[in-house]
Design a protein around this ligand. Structure first.
Ligand code: 13P
Length: 267
């Protein structure tokens, strides 16, 4: 099954595939461990910052080896790619998907660059995700812009703004009316960024209304940091013991999300 196959299946059966970001080995293994245990497809995300630290070559090598070892259906996505050269390199190196974040550009430029990304990605069967409005509080995806963007670019997926935002926030209120309107007017795969901290009942409703991919980063970073900090308060100093605990905690958080998204046993 390709990532496209899974997204189509998720759309038909009303569940979502999680994108979990990583920049450390404990996160990569924790995510794949959860996917293996719950027989769930997963997307591994790396943003420009995460890639800048780990290195593109290292990400590909670590991912391929770990994926084969865990025997899971996992896919790599470049998260919030803003630089065309980096996007091209990710495509050449074998990423399954790239997210072109043109949200900071005027619509016409966003369309122009998205087309360039699509041209280079489609040759290799790489999925492309687009973005219109910056995903932050009070920003809502405009229906007119979304329709024009999708029609002109023929993009596969769209990251939408419906009250979601990046980081861990309480009191998130997703605008389900806008989600319904977008769903009615488009056929693309709809993506919810800023998944950390969104209450469970809102996540479930968003999936019911058509979200097929949900990105989680901050919550995994918090678990990673807190469990590492807790280990530093003990007398333990062996990295392989400390980091095994961290990996286990990350895995538990990913398992929680996989169950919530309904992607369990979908391999
Ligand atoms: P959070 O950090 O809020 O989970 O968002 C992650 C994300 O959307 C990555 O693109």
């Amino acid at each position: 099954m390709t990532l496209r196959n899974y997204l189509e299946k998720a759309k038909k059966e009303k569940w979502a595939i999680g994108q979990f970001n990583f920049s450390a080995l404990e996160q990569l293994r924790g995510i794949l461990g959860a996917a293996q245990k719950l027989r769930s497809p997963v997307i591994l995300g790396t943003s420009g910052g995460e890639l800048g630290y780990l290195g593109l070559e290292e990400v590909i090598a670590l991912f391929e080896i770990a994926k084969a070892k865990y025997r899971v259906n996992a896919f790599l996505n470049l998260d919030h790619g803003k630089n065309l050269d980096l996007i091209k390199r990710a495509v050449d190196y074998g990423f399954s998907a790239v997210h072109f974040d043109g949200s900071g550009l005027p619509l016409e430029k966003n369309i122009k660059y998205a087309k360039k990304v699509i041209e280079c990605a489609y040759k290799k069967g790489v999925l492309v995700e687009g973005e219109l409005e910056d995903i932050k509080k009070d920003n809502l995806t405009s229906l007119n812009k979304a329709e024009k963007f999708i029609k002109e670019t023929k993009i596969d997926s769209l990251a939408i703004a419906i009250g979601n935002r990046h980081g861990f926030y309480k009191n998130v209120k997703l605008n389900f009316n806008r989600l319904k309107e977008i769903k009615e007017k488009t056929k693309v795969f709809l993506v919810l960024h800023g998944g950390s901290g969104i209450p469970e009942h809102q996540i479930k409703k968003a999936i019911k209304l058509g979200i097929v991919k949900i990105n989680i980063n901050t919550e995994l970073r918090i678990v990673w940091k807190k469990s590492l900090a807790a280990a530093f308060r003990t007398r333990e100093s062996k990295p392989y013991k400390i980091l095994a605990v961290v990996q286990n905690e990350v895995q538990k958080k990913v398992e929680e999300k996989i169950k919530l998204f309904g992607s369990r046993n979908k391999i």
